[in-house]
Design a protein around this ligand. Structure first.
Ligand code: ADP
Length: 453
């Protein structure tokens, strides 16, 4: 994410009165942008060096609660501050808001000024550094799927989330006619992101009523994670500006397909695709085979990072294009891992497990860690599976958050790659989701049992 907006250009734009607001943001555990809106004058006069935030921001949940059980912070320790250190290489315009730019921050310990190890940006940076030391760059792309609704977030909330009417009336997969009717939302999304320096490839209708897909060109892992986070944020804000709502909840209706966020990945060395080997039948290098074998071997360990909530697991259903098994196959959308671009320099692996609710920093870091482990262990790759991979009961993806929490907690690979403190932190985050859900009485239970139980 180099040179989208230099600090000198920002200063000039502030002097001209073109920019008056700087969004100073961190990426939280849920992959959301959190932070403060600075007057641009104050930002360029000094706040660009650092600002502060309460350290509960990396130990909270979707509701901004203060759950116990985190070693990093607590009521006991007084919920002190972190340093937010703007990474000026991430400065960019926010064209869908007037006079506004954005910067992403590193999160540092208030006293030591060391990076906080469980911050999502720090976690991904660490894996990128490991790859760099091995002589490789990771090129990654994340697909964003989401649903658009006819009404606004506020109207839907006021109706108790019962009035969920998708923006379209039929399955709009690849449809040009129906997606034309959504261009008042999708066109500004593509254009504003493009003008924010995010290389949008395209958007398309997806395989449900009101479902959309947004594709962004592959890039270095840190850039891809930022593109994804900002694009997801922009989709919600631009939908809101137009009186609509957008959801990235993977499964908002059990009768409809869910939303995913497939991750494409390839390693490069000295600007050349290191996954390609002309001599191989499918064009896969030995490096790619070991990397993929690592992805497959350790998929249960890192499933939590691809499916972090109770709802995430409702998506893994046969016959819905969402995977159920940890199996690879050649250009086959029923498998957890799909080989794309076989026999060409664009050869890559697409992991189809992540849901639209993943935090891209965490999911990509975990996949890189698994791939690196595969390379280090010189793992062999089993031959691809053919046909309908939904048929079969072996190599299942962990089916519940409880199962995924356990495979995360006991993962020696992730403990070695991320550190015990990081694995313990996210194991607790999974626990918070499980405990909260177990307390809830759901609509399902009321409707099923109120009269008849
Ligand atoms: P699909 O068939 O899954 O829709 P696309 O051709 O649309 O595949 O590509 C999906 C994503 O893969 C795009 O975001 C693209 O930028 C990315 N991609 C293409 N080549 C590579 C590569 N070598 N490494 C990683 N990602 C890549």
């Amino acid at each position: 994410m180099k040179d989208v907006l230099s600090f000198d250009s920002l200063k000039a734009q502030v002097a001209e009165g073109e920019v008056d607001t700087v969004l100073v943001c961190l990426v939280d555990m849920q992959g959301r942008l959190m932070g403060k809106r600075f007057h641009a004058g104050h930002f360029i006069n000094g706040a660009y060096e650092e600002t502060h935030c309460c350290n509960y921001l990396l130990a909270t949940d979707l509701e901004m609660a203060t759950p116990d059980g985190y070693a990093s912070t607590s009521w006991e320790s007084g919920y002190g501050d972190y340093v937010m250190k703007p990474d000026l290489s991430t400065l960019r315009p926010v064209p869908w808001l007037d006079g506004t730019v954005m910067v992403l921050c590193d999160i540092l310990d208030h006293h030591t000024h060391e990076e906080v190890t469980h911050s999502p940006r720090a976690i991904l940076k660490r894996q990128v550094k490991r790859l760099d030391a091995m002589g490789f760059d990771a090129k990654m792309a994340t697909e964003l799927e989401f649903f658009l609704f006819a009404k606004s977030f506020d109207e839907i909330r006021k109706s108790g989330f019962r009035d969920l009417e998708p923006i379209s009336g039929y399955n709009e997969d690849y449809h040009i006619l129906q997606t034309t009717k959504e261009e008042h939302v999708m066109r500004p999304i593509r254009n504003h992101l493009w003008n924010a320096g995010i290389p949008v490839e395209n958007s398309k209708g997806e395989a449900e009523t009101g479902q959309e897909e947004l594709n962004i060109k592959y890039a270095d892992a840190m850039d891809t994670a930022a593109y994804h986070t900002i694009a997801k944020h922009a989709v919600k804000e631009i939908a809101w500006q137009n009186g609509h709502a957008a959801t990235f909840l993977p499964k908002w209706n059990h009768n409809k397909v869910g939303s995913s966020s497939h991750v494409h990945q390839s390693l490069w060395q000295d600007g050349k695709p290191a996954f390609f080997d002309e001599a191989d039948e499918l064009g896969m290098s030995k490096l790619m085979k070991s990397y993929m074998a690592g992805l497959l071997k350790y998929a249960p360990d890192y499933t939590y990072f691809m499916a972090p909530y109770i709802n995430s697991y409702k998506r893994f259903m046969k016959g819905t294009f969402a995977p159920t098994r940890i199996i690879w196959s050649v250009d086959n959308r029923t498998a957890g891992f799909r080989l794309c671009g076989d026999g060409t320099k664009a050869i890559r692996v697409e992991c189809r497990i992540p849901g639209s609710d993943m935090n891209p920093y965490l999911a990509m870091a975990a996949m890189l860690a698994a791939g690196i482990a595969g390379i280090e262990e010189e793992l062999d790759l089993q031959p691809p599976t053919k046909g309908d991979v939904y048929q079969g009961e072996t190599g299942m993806i962990p089916g519940t958050l409880r199962e995924a929490r356990e495979t995360l907690r006991t993962s020696e690979m992730l403990r070695a790659a991320f550190g015990d403190d990081v694995v313990d932190h996210y194991t607790r985050a999974a626990g918070v989701e499980i405990e909260d859900f177990e307390r809830a009485v759901t609509d399902y239970e009321i409707q099923r049992g109120f009269e008849r139980a």
